[in-house]
Design a protein around this ligand. Structure first.
Ligand code: BG6
Length: 476
């Protein structure tokens, strides 16, 4: 599709997200010849002129792009404009000078401004496509809402102006190559189709452990916590990819229908049983990668009595034919023992007692630190006795770890192309809030369990595990 003539407007153009992730991604797409939108307009409150904006972008590109090339930047610059203003319709109307044809509006703003910005653009008439074949798109960063009620409110605030087909909600995990591979691997290999159900699968564990702490984001993080920051969106999306029914074709609507359906089938967590389904943790002082680090409550900006969880684990059950009785465990934490992320699917052991108990297969999609798929099998140990040994078949997916902005590049390209398949639809987001809402309510005034920085998480995480299951160790 030829995008020449479309305008890419960034609201919040002087902010952190734009400088760290969005603009490096735009730059890289441009260098690769993929950025075929026309003009880029930065819009923000700062009373800057174009030169000041360009200088700001250049300084940050030099920091965040390893192979920054001044010649490419000189070419990209010619497309960039800057407009200062607030989020009122009156102010936003100034954008009409630049936006005459197709356009994309990217909200790189704090979440509390999403509704105001989307409405302001609507009231200024900027949401209306220029023709029946043209487009106006709105890109929103997470979090989409703060809980179920506020997500619904935000949905209602957008609805009069922006149709679902115009809204692209970014969940950068869905732009990750290994994440997209989960769907491809699942649905292209017939071998998996016959084992992908409760008859064969015992449990699924989805772990996203980080050694990182707050990275200066305390204002946001202390209000959000791990459940809102990671589980409601990123891990819930990983869960849908594992649990959804096979779509008949690679079509955004069909994919979203299937994802929304499996989320709807997730059993609600009863308010009086949250402790059986969820664990909150908060790190105390400890050592991460041999470095001493302070506890969460001692971090800059954090109150000494903060109740915010820096670790969250959830157990989900899916009440449908395929998954009846299979627990899905999701967990993510900051300042943990290792940067380790995986989706691990355990098969049930064979029913005969031929070779001893507990010899089960695992299929593991590893995302961090390396990207690979492991299939854990068993075989005869060479020798005179009939002994068994583990056999791990590993398929490396990619050698180097993807950079932060490559997921953004992928998603931006999808926005330019108008492909919504990697952007959660409103009903998916709403269902995800429905699932975590009882936990949020219960945790609001509850002190999370402590875990030392650099550990595997709070000891209480094990109470979620059914039967003899245990959390898989984090591999350094
Ligand atoms: C972000 C969270 O959405 O995802 C961060 O806000 C987290 O807290 C990050 O560190 C993890 O994603 P990635 O791709 O950087 O591993």
């Amino acid at each position: 599709m030829n995008q020449t003539g479309s305008t890419f407007v960034i609201l919040g153009a002087t902010g952190d997200l734009t400088r760290r992730l969005l603009f490096p991604a735009i730059y890289r797409l441009f260098v690769q010849g993929e950025w075929n939108a026309g003009q880029i307009v930065g819009y923000a409150m700062e009373n800057w002129d174009r030169n000041r904006f360009l200088q700001h972008l250049e300084t940050n590109l030099k920091t965040f792009v390893a192979d920054f090339d001044p010649e490419q930047w000189a070419k990209l610059q010619t497309r960039i404009a800057y407009q200062s203003g607030d989020l009122t319709a009156k102010s936003l109307s100034a954008l009409k000078t630049y936006v005459t044809q197709d356009a994309i509006f990217y909200l790189g703003l704090p979440p509390q401004l999403f509704a105001e910005a989307a409405q302001g653009l609507g009231q200024a008439g900027l949401h209306q496509p220029p023709s029946s074949t043209g487009f106006r798109r709105l890109v929103i960063e997470k979090p989409f809402g703060w809980d179920l009620a506020s997500a619904k409110q935000l949905g209602s605030a957008l609805a009069p102006w922006w149709a679902e087909s115009q809204v692209f909600r970014i969940d950068h995990f869905l732009g990750k190559d290994t994440v997209q591979n989960v769907l491809v691997f699942r649905f292209i290999n017939r071998l998996l189709a016959s084992i992908w159900d409760s008859q064969h699968i015992a449990q699924v564990q989805i772990t996203y452990a980080e050694t990182l702490g707050l990275e200066g984001r305390w204002q946001y993080y202390d209000k959000a916590g791990a459940l809102r920051d990671m589980l409601q969106n990123h891990l819930m999306q990983l869960f849908t990819l594992v649990a959804m029914e096979p779509p008949s074709e690679w079509d955004a609507d069909i994919l979203h229908n299937h994802k929304a359906e499996v989320l709807r089938a997730v059993r609600s967590i009863p308010l009086d049983q949250v402790a059986d389904f969820a664990v909150a943790g908060q790190y105390t002082a400890g050592k991460v990668n041999s470095q001493a680090v302070p506890g969460y409550r001692q971090e800059d900006g954090i109150r000494a009595d903060s109740m915010t969880e820096t670790y969250a684990a959830l157990k989900l059950y899916v009440d449908n034919w395929r998954w009846h009785g299979v627990p899905f465990y999701l967990r993510s934490g900051k300042r943990m023992a290792a940067d380790y992320a995986e989706i691990a699917v355990q098969l049930k052991s064979v029913p005969a007692k031929l070779f001893g108990a507990g010899l089960s297969n695992w299929l593991v999609f590893r995302m961090k630190p390396e990207e690979a798929i492991d299939l854990v099998m068993w075989a005869k140990k060479p020798g005179m006795d009939v002994d068994t040994e583990q056999l791990i078949l590993t398929a490396p997916y990619k050698k180097s770890q993807e950079s932060d902005y490559s997921a953004y590049e992928q998603l931006l390209l999808d926005v330019l192309r108008g492909d919504q398949s990697a952007f959660p639809r409103f009903d998916e987001v709403e269902e995800a809030w429905r699932i975590v809402d009882p936990v949020l309510q219960t945790w609001a005034n509850q002190k999370p369990e402590e875990y030392p920085a650099g550990s595997e998480g709070p000891a209480g995480q094990n109470r979620l595990m059914d039967g003899a299951f245990t959390w898989r160790p984090l591999k350094a």
